[in-house]
Design a protein. Structure first.
Length: 53
């Protein structure tokens, strides 16, 4: 699942291209993990957005 926060990305040939990083698209079952990899805290996401710009 991708959440767009105002950035640009493209999806083609089974890959999500975020300009600086390409991520292979897989099923949710292939990406299933018992613990979350990242925290989806709005303040933390805003910090990431600021650093990217």
């Amino acid at each position: 699942m991708l959440y767009e926060r105002g950035g640009v990305f493209f999806v083609e040939n089974g890959v999500a291209d975020f300009e600086l990083r390409r991520v292979p698209l897989r099923t949710w079952q292939d990406n299933l993990a018992p613990e979350p990899i990242v925290e989806l805290d709005p303040a933390m996401l805003d910090d990431v957005d600021r650093e990217a710009n």
